[in-house]
Design a protein around this ligand. Structure first.
Ligand code: UDP
Ligand code: MG
Length: 150
């Protein structure tokens, strides 16, 4: 089983989409292993988005992401990293397919509702930025035997 990091951005929180988004992820069969609601510190924001440090949108992204509370999650499931990226949809919501979170709830790239790790390596790195090992809960969901074939 693989783990991924997901963050509902301040626009998703402000728009009351936290419950809707968690419901989609849970209903897919993914297991919630950690969660926290908070405003990101500058240090953790910068670590999270370090690959974009030199990008022209970095400052506006920082003001936006640190401008309000976000909902952080770690999810577990088979091939969960690519699976959640598919559920999230393209970075630009205009190009995100209907049925994806960005395709159903977003319009602008700078207000695209949700973040999800883009690779297993990013997931490991991002989980460690936001959560300690103790905060990650290992347990079995009672429906796992009917969600997975083997
Ligand atoms: N972003 C932006 N303007 C851009 C490109 C990206 O504001 O032109 C923001 C947007 O919130 C995006 C985040 O920066 O989700 C990270 O960009 P990335 O290319 O990694 O997209 P993602 O992995 O989130 O799909
Ligand atoms: Mg990215």
């Amino acid at each position: 089983m693989e783990r991924t990091f997901v963050m509902i951005k301040p626009d998703g929180v402000q728009r009351g989409l936290v419950g809707t988004i968690i419901a989609r992820l849970e209903a897919r069969g993914l297991k919630l292993v950690a969660a926290r609601f908070e405003v990101l510190t500058e240090k953790r924001f910068t670590e999270q988005y370090r690959e974009h440090l030199e990008k022209p949108f970095f400052l506006s992204l920082k003001q936006f992401i640190m401008g309000g509370p976000v909902f952080l999650m770690v999810l577990e499931g088979r091939d969960v990293v690519p699976l959640v990226r598919k559920m999230v949809g393209a970075t630009n919501p205009q190009e995100a397919a209907p049925g994806t979170i960005r395709g159903d709830f977003g319009i602008d790239t700078g207000r695209n509702v949700i973040h999800a790790s883009d690779s297993a390596e990013s997931a490991q790195r991002e989980i460690a930025i936001h959560f300690t090992a103790k905060e990650l809960c290992s347990y079995t969901r009672v429906d796992e035997s009917v969600i997975y074939e083997y």
